[in-house]
Write a protein that binds this ligand. Sequence first.
Ligand code: NAP
Length: 280
Amino acid sequence: MATLIDGKRISQEIKDELKAKVEALKEQGKEICLAVIQVGNDPASTVYVGNKKKACAYIGIKSLAYELPEETKEDELLELIKKLNDDDSVHGILVQLPLPKHMDEDKVIDTISPAKDVDGFHVQSVGALSIGRPGFVSCTPAGIIQLLKRSNIEIEGKECVVIGRSNIVGKPMSMLLLRENGTVTVCHSRTKNLKEVTKRADILVAAIGKPKFIDASYVKEGATVIDVGIHRQENGKLCGDVDFESVEPIAGAITPVPGGVGPMTIAMLMNNCVEAGERA
Ligand code: NAP
């Protein structure tokens, strides 16, 4: 039976550490502030933005909400971002994705000052990660590194296999595991003999976007299995990219869905905001 990696507990631990840090900064006269911009009213985005505001309130970070109508012009959004870039009382800027189709997401993200890019999506942040310079790191993979470290799972020298190469999960995940001295292989939809590769992994990260894709036949006995996927099943329950029932009996450690990787994303966003405030 695998050890359960408890993302709920670990994310709470991180949020409590941040809360103490924010209090100490307040005593020194510094209030951390995050600006959250939502364009349109996509229901999923509204839920995500609401959760981010709640986390800010818990930790003591001031949040500024900008709710712009769907028909907002790209130039208007860029002007708002530039205004927030120049505002010294704002430490982090987050633009909730996806944006409406008439906007160029890359252009919008690259308008955010890298010093305030708490999502870690700016081209400069991504470049800094790949050459080992300081910068903000995408929150989900940064959260996975925390899950591993705080569960005392060693990365150095380990065979790490990441399935998925998206810009927000797979690619930054592989760079972070490399930074921690793992031996990293990245798989994707064109990978041949996927099982042969994944069965070598001491640490297997599944970020595929396909429900219960990874069953026990992909996993080496005793491996650590990190499940990034989130899917709503027909019965209303959530599941991941990993078939938990099949993999859990042979894994050494495993993240559940829900309660594994999910809660870490917001905790790391809050961590990036506090870091942005400290650096400012
Ligand atoms: P994505 O952009 O759709 O990327 C999926 C990746 O999986 C792609 O690189 C794709 O390869 C690869 N892939 C697809 N089918 C494959 C197959 N049969 N064999 C091997 N590789 C395959 O997804 P994402 O944004 O990275 O997200 C992945 C999952 O994580 C989703 O379920 C998403 O909802 C979830 N997620 C969770 C959090 C969280 O906070 N927990 C955050 C972000 C995402 P190609 O590049 O060749 O197409």
